[in-house]
Design a protein around this ligand. Structure first.
Ligand SMILES: [Zn+2]
Length: 187
């Protein structure tokens, strides 16, 4: 079943992309439901109804504090973070959500690993639940590198509703891909 696509005004993409690529791995019945919502242009409305509010973490400083608070609550023993920021150059595609890097720098005679968390700028205007989900995801990578069972256990320890939130975030990314504009306006 292929729903008719809305006319795009943006410049054509080099190759047609699968609008459901953010939902790879979810069951076909779920994908069919999503396609129906896209075709009837109700996905954004549904998300807005489910998550009416946006968070107020507006700056890199506020984001740093937000991340530190969660880290202090759940991952006290993890390595300290040297930098936390929103990144407008980060595209929410590859690693799904944000990046967590360990940048090695020589400091004096020692090689010191500096931990950074970058969150795609898209997350400035999302519900508090989505921000929490992405931060939990990146924090979990401080302990677990791969997206494996231990990783998701850590995510759900920090946020019991993690899986639902990640799915809904993926729905939102799908919506943006399809409709081309955000559900929650910039404030
Ligand atoms: Zn990840």
């Amino acid at each position: 079943m292929t729903p008719s696509r809305p006319t795009r005004t943006a410049s054509p993409l080099p190759e047609p992309r699968d609008p459901l690529r953010y939902l790879t791995g979810y069951p076909p019945t779920v994908l069919e439901q999503v396609q129906r919502l896209l075709a009837s242009e109700r996905l954004g409305e549904m998300l807005h109804k489910r998550y009416p509010d946006t968070h107020d973490v507006r700056s890199d400083k506020a984001l740093f504090d937000y991340v530190q608070n969660l880290k202090a609550e759940y991952l006290r023993g993890a390595e300290p973070l040297s930098k936390v920021c929103f990144d407008s150059k980060l595209h929410v595609v590859h690693h799904a959500l944000g990046t967590h890097t360990s940048v090695s720098r020589v400091q004096g005679a020692k090689l010191k690993a500096k931990r950074e968390i970058r969150v795609a700028a898209l997350f400035k205007n999302v519900p508090p639940e989505f921000l929490r989900m992405i931060v939990v995801h990146e924090l979990a990578h401080l302990k677990e590198k791969a997206h494996d069972k231990a990783f998701y256990q850590l995510c759900t320890y920090m946020e019991p509703d993690y899986h639902q939130l990640e799915f809904d975030l993926r729905l939102y990314l799908t919506h943006i891909e399809w409709v081309g504009k955000p559900v929650w306006p910039a404030s």
